[in-house]
Design a protein around this ligand. Structure first.
Ligand code: ATP
Ligand code: MG
Ligand code: MG
Ligand code: MG
Length: 464
Protein backbone atom coordinates (compact mmCIF):
# COMPACT_ATOMS: atom_id res chain seq x y z
CA UNK A 1 0.00 0.00 0.00
CA UNK A 2 1.36 3.38 -1.02
CA UNK A 3 1.90 6.00 1.67
CA UNK A 4 -0.70 8.29 0.11
CA UNK A 5 -3.26 5.48 0.15
CA UNK A 6 -2.55 4.71 3.80
CA UNK A 7 -3.11 8.34 4.77
CA UNK A 8 -6.42 8.37 2.95
CA UNK A 9 -7.55 5.02 4.34
CA UNK A 10 -6.90 6.09 7.90
CA UNK A 11 -8.89 9.30 7.55
CA UNK A 12 -11.67 7.47 5.76
CA UNK A 13 -11.85 4.76 8.42
CA UNK A 14 -12.26 7.28 11.20
CA UNK A 15 -14.85 9.18 9.21
CA UNK A 16 -16.91 5.99 9.29
CA UNK A 17 -16.66 6.25 13.08
CA UNK A 18 -18.14 9.73 13.05
CA UNK A 19 -14.85 11.68 13.18
CA UNK A 20 -14.70 14.97 11.29
CA UNK A 21 -11.72 15.13 8.96
CA UNK A 22 -9.68 18.26 9.70
CA UNK A 23 -6.64 19.61 7.88
CA UNK A 24 -3.17 19.47 9.41
CA UNK A 25 -2.36 22.39 11.64
CA UNK A 26 0.76 24.43 10.84
CA UNK A 27 4.20 22.99 11.56
CA UNK A 28 5.31 26.12 13.36
CA UNK A 29 2.55 27.28 15.68
CA UNK A 30 2.33 30.96 16.56
CA UNK A 31 0.84 31.81 19.88
CA UNK A 32 1.66 28.56 21.69
CA UNK A 33 4.54 29.32 24.05
CA UNK A 34 5.01 25.69 25.07
CA UNK A 35 6.29 24.38 21.73
CA UNK A 36 8.48 25.67 18.91
CA UNK A 37 7.18 23.09 16.45
CA UNK A 38 4.09 20.95 16.37
CA UNK A 39 5.21 17.64 17.92
CA UNK A 40 1.95 15.70 17.61
CA UNK A 41 -1.55 15.74 16.19
CA UNK A 42 -3.20 16.76 19.43
CA UNK A 43 -1.67 20.22 19.63
CA UNK A 44 -4.35 21.95 17.57
CA UNK A 45 -7.00 20.53 19.93
CA UNK A 46 -5.49 21.52 23.28
CA UNK A 47 -8.40 23.81 24.10
CA UNK A 48 -10.92 21.08 23.28
CA UNK A 49 -9.16 18.72 25.66
CA UNK A 50 -9.24 21.34 28.38
CA UNK A 51 -12.96 21.73 27.77
CA UNK A 52 -12.66 25.40 26.79
CA UNK A 53 -12.50 25.17 22.98
CA UNK A 54 -15.46 25.92 20.81
CA UNK A 55 -15.90 23.44 17.98
CA UNK A 56 -19.19 22.08 16.79
CA UNK A 57 -17.97 18.48 16.77
CA UNK A 58 -16.57 16.12 19.40
CA UNK A 59 -14.73 13.61 17.17
CA UNK A 60 -11.95 14.45 14.74
CA UNK A 61 -9.31 12.83 12.58
CA UNK A 62 -6.20 14.41 11.05
CA UNK A 63 -2.89 13.82 9.38
CA UNK A 64 -0.55 16.29 11.10
CA UNK A 65 2.83 17.63 9.97
CA UNK A 66 5.15 17.19 12.95
CA UNK A 67 8.71 18.12 13.78
CA UNK A 68 10.67 16.68 16.69
CA UNK A 69 14.13 18.12 17.14
CA UNK A 70 14.64 15.83 20.12
CA UNK A 71 14.92 12.95 17.65
CA UNK A 72 17.66 14.58 15.61
CA UNK A 73 20.42 12.26 16.77
CA UNK A 74 18.26 9.26 15.90
CA UNK A 75 17.74 10.37 12.33
CA UNK A 76 19.61 8.16 9.91
CA UNK A 77 20.77 5.97 12.80
CA UNK A 78 17.52 4.30 13.73
CA UNK A 79 15.30 2.89 11.04
CA UNK A 80 12.22 4.74 12.18
CA UNK A 81 12.94 8.31 13.30
CA UNK A 82 12.67 11.54 11.37
CA UNK A 83 12.71 15.14 12.45
CA UNK A 84 9.80 15.96 10.12
CA UNK A 85 7.13 13.28 9.86
CA UNK A 86 3.39 12.91 9.50
CA UNK A 87 1.22 11.70 12.33
CA UNK A 88 -2.21 10.22 11.73
CA UNK A 89 -4.60 10.77 14.60
CA UNK A 90 -8.12 10.31 15.87
CA UNK A 91 -9.49 12.40 18.70
CA UNK A 92 -12.39 12.53 21.08
CA UNK A 93 -13.34 15.58 23.10
CA UNK A 94 -15.41 14.17 25.92
CA UNK A 95 -17.04 11.74 23.49
CA UNK A 96 -15.86 8.15 22.84
CA UNK A 97 -13.22 6.79 25.20
CA UNK A 98 -10.89 3.87 25.90
CA UNK A 99 -13.09 1.01 24.81
CA UNK A 100 -13.90 2.45 21.38
CA UNK A 101 -10.39 3.84 20.85
CA UNK A 102 -8.82 0.43 21.42
CA UNK A 103 -11.41 -1.51 19.42
CA UNK A 104 -11.18 0.85 16.46
CA UNK A 105 -7.39 0.79 16.44
CA UNK A 106 -7.48 -3.00 16.38
CA UNK A 107 -10.14 -3.06 13.67
CA UNK A 108 -8.21 -0.65 11.46
CA UNK A 109 -4.95 -2.57 11.83
CA UNK A 110 -6.22 -6.11 11.45
CA UNK A 111 -9.46 -6.05 9.42
CA UNK A 112 -8.83 -7.20 5.85
CA UNK A 113 -10.97 -4.33 4.61
CA UNK A 114 -8.48 -1.89 6.09
CA UNK A 115 -4.80 -2.73 6.77
CA UNK A 116 -5.21 -6.46 7.30
CA UNK A 117 -2.04 -6.86 9.39
CA UNK A 118 -1.42 -10.26 10.92
CA UNK A 119 -2.73 -9.96 14.52
CA UNK A 120 -0.01 -12.37 15.66
CA UNK A 121 2.60 -9.76 14.79
CA UNK A 122 1.11 -7.11 17.07
CA UNK A 123 1.81 -6.55 20.75
CA UNK A 124 0.80 -3.73 23.06
CA UNK A 125 1.88 -1.92 26.18
CA UNK A 126 -0.31 -0.30 28.82
CA UNK A 127 0.37 1.96 31.81
CA UNK A 128 1.02 -0.28 34.80
CA UNK A 129 -1.88 1.15 36.81
CA UNK A 130 -4.35 1.15 33.93
CA UNK A 131 -6.43 -1.96 34.67
CA UNK A 132 -9.19 -0.75 32.37
CA UNK A 133 -6.92 -0.70 29.28
CA UNK A 134 -5.39 -4.04 30.24
CA UNK A 135 -8.84 -5.54 30.59
CA UNK A 136 -10.00 -4.29 27.19
CA UNK A 137 -6.95 -5.71 25.42
CA UNK A 138 -7.01 -8.96 27.30
CA UNK A 139 -10.69 -9.76 27.78
CA UNK A 140 -12.38 -8.04 24.89
CA UNK A 141 -9.80 -8.01 22.08
CA UNK A 142 -8.48 -11.35 23.29
CA UNK A 143 -4.73 -10.65 23.42
CA UNK A 144 -2.88 -13.16 25.56
CA UNK A 145 -1.08 -11.87 28.65
CA UNK A 146 2.36 -12.42 27.12
CA UNK A 147 1.52 -9.90 24.42
CA UNK A 148 0.55 -7.09 26.81
CA UNK A 149 3.37 -5.35 28.67
CA UNK A 150 2.69 -3.13 31.64
CA UNK A 151 5.11 -0.25 31.78
CA UNK A 152 5.89 2.80 33.86
CA UNK A 153 5.12 6.47 33.41
CA UNK A 154 8.23 7.06 31.31
CA UNK A 155 6.93 4.77 28.59
CA UNK A 156 3.18 4.78 29.07
CA UNK A 157 2.14 8.22 30.13
CA UNK A 158 1.98 11.05 27.63
CA UNK A 159 3.80 13.37 27.54
CA UNK A 160 6.41 11.13 29.15
CA UNK A 161 7.54 11.58 32.70
CA UNK A 162 4.22 12.08 34.45
CA UNK A 163 3.06 12.47 37.08
CA UNK A 164 6.15 13.53 38.97
CA UNK A 165 8.13 15.41 36.37
CA UNK A 166 6.26 15.85 33.11
CA UNK A 167 5.51 19.21 31.57
CA UNK A 168 2.31 21.06 32.40
CA UNK A 169 -0.70 20.49 30.20
CA UNK A 170 -3.14 17.80 29.21
CA UNK A 171 -1.85 14.28 29.75
CA UNK A 172 -2.85 10.75 30.57
CA UNK A 173 -1.97 7.07 30.50
CA UNK A 174 -1.37 5.57 27.09
CA UNK A 175 -1.26 2.26 25.31
CA UNK A 176 1.22 1.70 22.51
CA UNK A 177 0.96 -0.76 19.65
CA UNK A 178 4.04 -2.48 18.25
CA UNK A 179 4.56 -4.47 15.07
CA UNK A 180 7.07 -7.31 14.87
CA UNK A 181 8.27 -7.67 11.25
CA UNK A 182 8.78 -11.18 9.90
CA UNK A 183 12.37 -12.31 10.04
CA UNK A 184 13.37 -9.59 12.47
CA UNK A 185 14.00 -9.85 16.19
CA UNK A 186 13.08 -6.23 16.71
CA UNK A 187 9.80 -4.38 16.70
CA UNK A 188 8.50 -0.98 15.79
CA UNK A 189 6.13 1.25 17.70
CA UNK A 190 3.47 2.29 15.23
CA UNK A 191 0.62 3.78 17.25
CA UNK A 192 0.14 5.46 20.58
CA UNK A 193 -3.34 5.68 22.08
CA UNK A 194 -3.45 8.35 24.76
CA UNK A 195 -6.32 8.47 27.21
CA UNK A 196 -6.22 12.13 28.05
CA UNK A 197 -7.78 12.44 31.48
CA UNK A 198 -5.69 14.98 33.36
CA UNK A 199 -4.41 18.52 33.25
CA UNK A 200 -1.00 18.64 34.89
CA UNK A 201 -0.37 21.90 36.73
CA UNK A 202 2.59 22.60 39.00
CA UNK A 203 4.38 20.15 41.25
CA UNK A 204 3.32 16.78 42.70
CA UNK A 205 1.64 15.35 44.69
CA UNK A 206 -1.59 17.12 43.70
CA UNK A 207 -0.66 18.28 40.23
CA UNK A 208 -2.79 15.92 38.19
CA UNK A 209 -6.23 17.51 37.92
CA UNK A 210 -8.93 15.39 36.32
CA UNK A 211 -10.30 17.06 33.20
CA UNK A 212 -14.00 17.90 33.07
CA UNK A 213 -14.40 15.26 30.35
CA UNK A 214 -12.27 12.33 29.28
CA UNK A 215 -10.66 12.51 25.87
CA UNK A 216 -8.88 10.42 23.29
CA UNK A 217 -5.74 11.48 21.49
CA UNK A 218 -3.99 8.97 19.27
CA UNK A 219 -0.92 9.21 17.07
CA UNK A 220 0.09 6.74 14.40
CA UNK A 221 3.35 7.25 12.51
CA UNK A 222 2.48 7.45 8.82
CA UNK A 223 5.97 6.58 7.56
CA UNK A 224 6.42 3.74 10.07
CA UNK A 225 3.12 2.13 9.22
CA UNK A 226 3.82 2.55 5.50
CA UNK A 227 7.17 0.78 6.05
CA UNK A 228 5.36 -2.09 7.79
CA UNK A 229 2.81 -2.40 4.97
CA UNK A 230 5.47 -2.17 2.27
CA UNK A 231 7.65 -4.75 4.00
CA UNK A 232 10.60 -2.45 4.59
CA UNK A 233 12.82 -2.43 7.63
CA UNK A 234 13.24 1.31 7.48
CA UNK A 235 10.98 4.30 6.93
CA UNK A 236 13.55 5.65 4.53
CA UNK A 237 12.77 2.84 2.09
CA UNK A 238 9.09 3.67 1.59
CA UNK A 239 7.70 4.91 -1.71
CA UNK A 240 7.85 8.59 -0.75
CA UNK A 241 11.25 8.64 0.94
CA UNK A 242 13.44 6.25 -1.06
CA UNK A 243 13.37 8.54 -4.14
CA UNK A 244 14.26 11.50 -1.94
CA UNK A 245 17.23 9.56 -0.54
CA UNK A 246 18.34 8.71 -4.06
CA UNK A 247 18.06 12.33 -5.16
CA UNK A 248 19.97 13.45 -2.05
CA UNK A 249 22.74 10.99 -2.79
CA UNK A 250 22.97 12.16 -6.40
CA UNK A 251 23.11 15.78 -5.25
CA UNK A 252 26.26 15.05 -3.24
CA UNK A 253 27.77 12.82 -5.93
CA UNK A 254 27.25 9.32 -4.53
CA UNK A 255 24.89 6.44 -5.13
CA UNK A 256 22.42 5.59 -2.37
CA UNK A 257 22.33 2.23 -0.69
CA UNK A 258 20.93 1.77 2.80
CA UNK A 259 24.04 0.12 4.18
CA UNK A 260 26.62 2.08 2.23
CA UNK A 261 29.15 4.15 4.18
CA UNK A 262 27.24 7.29 3.18
CA UNK A 263 23.80 5.83 3.90
CA UNK A 264 23.29 7.56 7.20
CA UNK A 265 24.48 10.95 5.96
CA UNK A 266 22.22 10.73 2.93
CA UNK A 267 19.19 9.85 5.06
CA UNK A 268 19.92 12.84 7.25
CA UNK A 269 20.09 15.11 4.23
CA UNK A 270 16.77 13.73 2.94
CA UNK A 271 15.15 14.14 6.34
CA UNK A 272 16.44 17.63 7.02
CA UNK A 273 15.63 19.04 3.61
CA UNK A 274 12.04 17.89 4.03
CA UNK A 275 11.81 19.62 7.42
CA UNK A 276 13.44 22.80 6.16
CA UNK A 277 11.27 22.93 3.03
CA UNK A 278 8.07 22.71 5.06
CA UNK A 279 9.19 25.29 7.59
CA UNK A 280 10.21 27.76 4.91
CA UNK A 281 6.93 27.18 3.07
CA UNK A 282 5.28 28.48 6.25
CA UNK A 283 7.48 31.56 6.15
CA UNK A 284 9.92 30.39 8.82
CA UNK A 285 13.29 31.32 7.37
CA UNK A 286 16.61 30.23 8.88
CA UNK A 287 17.80 32.85 11.32
CA UNK A 288 19.18 33.48 14.78
CA UNK A 289 16.48 32.71 17.23
CA UNK A 290 13.82 30.24 18.29
CA UNK A 291 12.35 28.07 15.54
CA UNK A 292 14.31 29.99 12.92
CA UNK A 293 17.53 28.96 14.62
CA UNK A 294 16.46 25.31 14.66
CA UNK A 295 15.72 25.50 10.95
CA UNK A 296 19.13 27.08 10.37
CA UNK A 297 20.76 24.26 12.32
CA UNK A 298 18.89 21.56 10.42
CA UNK A 299 19.86 23.17 7.15
CA UNK A 300 23.50 23.51 8.18
CA UNK A 301 23.68 19.94 9.39
CA UNK A 302 22.40 18.74 6.05
CA UNK A 303 24.91 20.91 4.19
CA UNK A 304 27.64 19.66 6.50
CA UNK A 305 26.78 16.05 5.77
CA UNK A 306 27.17 16.82 2.08
CA UNK A 307 30.39 18.74 2.70
CA UNK A 308 31.90 15.80 4.56
CA UNK A 309 31.08 13.53 1.62
CA UNK A 310 32.92 15.95 -0.62
CA UNK A 311 30.19 18.20 -2.01
CA UNK A 312 31.60 21.68 -1.37
CA UNK A 313 29.10 23.59 -3.51
CA UNK A 314 25.54 24.50 -2.51
CA UNK A 315 23.34 21.49 -3.27
CA UNK A 316 20.53 21.31 -0.75
CA UNK A 317 18.28 23.76 -2.58
CA UNK A 318 18.25 21.51 -5.65
CA UNK A 319 16.28 18.94 -3.62
CA UNK A 320 13.24 21.16 -2.99
CA UNK A 321 11.40 19.95 -6.15
CA UNK A 322 12.02 16.37 -5.00
CA UNK A 323 10.43 17.13 -1.64
CA UNK A 324 7.48 18.77 -3.38
CA UNK A 325 7.05 15.75 -5.60
CA UNK A 326 7.16 13.27 -2.73
CA UNK A 327 4.60 15.31 -0.81
CA UNK A 328 2.41 16.49 -3.67
CA UNK A 329 -0.73 14.53 -2.79
CA UNK A 330 -1.25 15.98 0.71
CA UNK A 331 0.52 19.30 0.02
CA UNK A 332 0.01 20.25 -3.64
CA UNK A 333 0.72 23.91 -2.85
CA UNK A 334 4.41 23.10 -2.20
CA UNK A 335 4.87 22.54 -5.92
CA UNK A 336 4.02 26.17 -6.62
CA UNK A 337 6.55 27.52 -4.15
CA UNK A 338 9.62 25.47 -4.94
CA UNK A 339 11.56 28.33 -6.53
CA UNK A 340 11.03 30.67 -3.63
CA UNK A 341 11.91 28.01 -1.07
CA UNK A 342 14.98 26.87 -3.01
CA UNK A 343 16.21 30.44 -3.23
CA UNK A 344 15.96 30.90 0.53
CA UNK A 345 17.84 27.65 1.09
CA UNK A 346 20.48 28.57 -1.43
CA UNK A 347 21.14 31.93 0.27
CA UNK A 348 21.65 30.20 3.59
CA UNK A 349 23.82 27.48 2.06
CA UNK A 350 26.12 30.06 0.51
CA UNK A 351 26.38 31.95 3.75
CA UNK A 352 27.18 28.79 5.69
CA UNK A 353 29.73 27.54 3.19
CA UNK A 354 31.45 30.94 3.48
CA UNK A 355 31.56 30.42 7.24
CA UNK A 356 32.92 26.95 6.79
CA UNK A 357 35.74 28.31 4.67
CA UNK A 358 36.61 30.91 7.30
CA UNK A 359 36.35 28.30 10.03
CA UNK A 360 38.55 25.88 8.12
CA UNK A 361 41.24 28.53 8.00
CA UNK A 362 41.03 29.02 11.76
CA UNK A 363 40.98 25.27 12.26
CA UNK A 364 44.14 24.91 10.16
CA UNK A 365 45.84 27.25 12.58
CA UNK A 366 44.66 25.22 15.57
CA UNK A 367 45.89 22.04 13.90
CA UNK A 368 49.30 23.56 13.23
CA UNK A 369 49.50 24.82 16.78
CA UNK A 370 48.66 21.38 18.20
CA UNK A 371 51.22 19.75 15.98
CA UNK A 372 53.88 22.32 16.86
CA UNK A 373 53.23 21.55 20.53
CA UNK A 374 53.49 17.81 19.81
CA UNK A 375 49.84 17.21 20.76
CA UNK A 376 47.40 14.73 19.25
CA UNK A 377 44.29 16.37 20.68
CA UNK A 378 42.74 19.71 19.74
CA UNK A 379 41.84 22.02 22.61
CA UNK A 380 38.18 21.78 23.65
CA UNK A 381 38.17 25.54 24.22
CA UNK A 382 39.36 26.30 20.70
CA UNK A 383 36.84 23.94 19.22
CA UNK A 384 34.07 25.43 21.34
CA UNK A 385 35.07 28.89 20.14
CA UNK A 386 34.88 27.64 16.57
CA UNK A 387 31.42 26.32 17.31
CA UNK A 388 30.15 29.48 18.96
CA UNK A 389 31.70 32.21 16.85
CA UNK A 390 31.89 30.52 13.48
CA UNK A 391 28.92 28.18 13.67
CA UNK A 392 31.31 25.34 13.01
CA UNK A 393 29.57 22.11 13.87
CA UNK A 394 31.56 19.76 16.09
CA UNK A 395 31.17 16.84 13.67
CA UNK A 396 32.87 18.86 10.97
CA UNK A 397 35.74 19.81 13.26
CA UNK A 398 36.20 16.19 14.24
CA UNK A 399 36.16 14.99 10.65
CA UNK A 400 38.78 17.54 9.59
CA UNK A 401 40.92 16.83 12.66
CA UNK A 402 40.75 13.09 11.97
CA UNK A 403 42.21 13.66 8.52
CA UNK A 404 45.27 15.03 10.32
CA UNK A 405 45.28 12.17 12.81
CA UNK A 406 44.12 14.47 15.56
CA UNK A 407 41.17 14.11 17.89
CA UNK A 408 39.16 16.71 19.79
CA UNK A 409 39.05 17.15 23.55
CA UNK A 410 35.34 16.29 23.65
CA UNK A 411 35.25 16.28 27.42
CA UNK A 412 36.25 19.91 27.61
CA UNK A 413 34.02 20.81 24.65
CA UNK A 414 31.07 19.11 26.31
CA UNK A 415 31.77 20.84 29.61
CA UNK A 416 31.78 24.23 27.87
CA UNK A 417 28.61 23.29 26.04
CA UNK A 418 26.92 22.24 29.27
CA UNK A 419 27.80 25.54 30.89
CA UNK A 420 26.52 27.40 27.85
CA UNK A 421 23.25 25.47 27.94
CA UNK A 422 22.70 26.52 31.53
CA UNK A 423 22.71 30.16 30.50
CA UNK A 424 19.30 31.72 30.32
CA UNK A 425 19.70 33.55 27.03
CA UNK A 426 17.88 32.89 23.84
CA UNK A 427 20.96 31.32 22.25
CA UNK A 428 21.26 28.80 25.04
CA UNK A 429 17.59 27.96 24.76
CA UNK A 430 17.86 27.37 21.05
CA UNK A 431 20.93 25.16 21.49
CA UNK A 432 19.14 23.25 24.17
CA UNK A 433 16.24 22.64 21.81
CA UNK A 434 18.71 21.02 19.45
CA UNK A 435 20.31 18.99 22.22
CA UNK A 436 17.32 17.83 24.21
CA UNK A 437 14.18 18.56 22.23
CA UNK A 438 11.67 21.30 22.91
CA UNK A 439 9.81 19.70 25.80
CA UNK A 440 12.95 19.05 27.79
CA UNK A 441 14.38 22.43 26.90
CA UNK A 442 11.26 24.19 28.08
CA UNK A 443 11.09 22.12 31.25
CA UNK A 444 14.71 22.73 32.13
CA UNK A 445 14.54 26.39 31.30
CA UNK A 446 11.42 26.81 33.37
CA UNK A 447 13.09 25.07 36.27
CA UNK A 448 15.91 27.61 36.21
CA UNK A 449 15.53 30.84 38.11
CA UNK A 450 16.33 32.93 35.07
CA UNK A 451 13.38 31.93 32.97
CA UNK A 452 11.86 35.00 31.41
CA UNK A 453 9.52 33.62 28.79
CA UNK A 454 9.67 33.13 25.10
CA UNK A 455 8.23 36.26 23.61
CA UNK A 456 10.45 37.97 21.10
CA UNK A 457 11.70 40.65 23.45
CA UNK A 458 12.17 38.67 26.61
CA UNK A 459 15.57 37.11 26.26
CA UNK A 460 18.77 37.97 24.55
CA UNK A 461 21.84 36.01 23.65
CA UNK A 462 23.40 35.88 20.26
CA UNK A 463 23.63 32.69 18.35
CA UNK A 464 25.42 32.24 15.09
P1 ATP B 1 9.62 6.33 19.83
O1 ATP B 1 9.53 5.66 21.17
O2 ATP B 1 9.80 5.38 18.70
O3 ATP B 1 10.59 7.47 19.81
P2 ATP B 1 7.42 7.91 20.67
O4 ATP B 1 6.89 7.04 21.76
O5 ATP B 1 8.32 9.04 21.04
O6 ATP B 1 8.18 7.00 19.55
P3 ATP B 1 4.83 9.09 20.31
O7 ATP B 1 5.10 10.36 21.00
O8 ATP B 1 4.06 8.06 21.01
O9 ATP B 1 6.22 8.47 19.77
O10 ATP B 1 4.17 9.45 18.89
C1 ATP B 1 3.13 8.68 18.28
C2 ATP B 1 3.62 7.94 17.05
O11 ATP B 1 4.30 8.81 16.14
C3 ATP B 1 4.64 6.86 17.34
O12 ATP B 1 4.00 5.67 17.75
C4 ATP B 1 5.35 6.70 16.02
O13 ATP B 1 4.62 5.86 15.15
C5 ATP B 1 5.33 8.11 15.45
N1 ATP B 1 6.62 8.80 15.70
C6 ATP B 1 7.05 9.35 16.85
N2 ATP B 1 8.24 9.95 16.71
C7 ATP B 1 8.58 9.78 15.41
C8 ATP B 1 9.69 10.20 14.63
N3 ATP B 1 10.67 10.92 15.16
N4 ATP B 1 9.70 9.87 13.33
C9 ATP B 1 8.70 9.15 12.75
N5 ATP B 1 7.61 8.74 13.45
C10 ATP B 1 7.54 9.05 14.76
MG1 MG C 1 10.31 9.27 20.74
MG1 MG D 1 7.83 5.20 22.41
MG1 MG E 1 4.90 6.43 21.94
Amino acid sequence: MKTDELREKYLEFFETKGCVRRPSDVLVPRGDPTVLFTPAGMNQFKDQFLGVGKLDFTRATTCQKCLRTGDIENVGNTAYHHTFFEMLGNFSFGDYFKNDAIHWAWEFLTDKKWLGLDPQRLTVTVFQEDEEAYGIWHDKIGLSADRITRDNEHENFWPAGAPSEGPDGVCGPCSEIFYHPPGSSGNVEIWNLVFTQFNRVGDPPDNLRPLPKKNIDTGMGLERTAAVLQGHESNFEIDTLRPLCEASAAAVGVKYAYDSPHGRAVRRIADHVRAVTFAISEGVLPDRDRERYVIRQLLRRAVMEGFLIGQHDPFLHTLVPNVAEAMQVPYPELGKETEKIAEAIRDEEEQFLGTVEKGLHKLDNYIEKARGDGKSVLSGDDVFDLHQTDGFLIELTEAVAAKHNLSVDRQRFNARMQRHLQDSGRGAFADKVMAAGPLDAIRETQAGTDFVGYDETASTGKVV
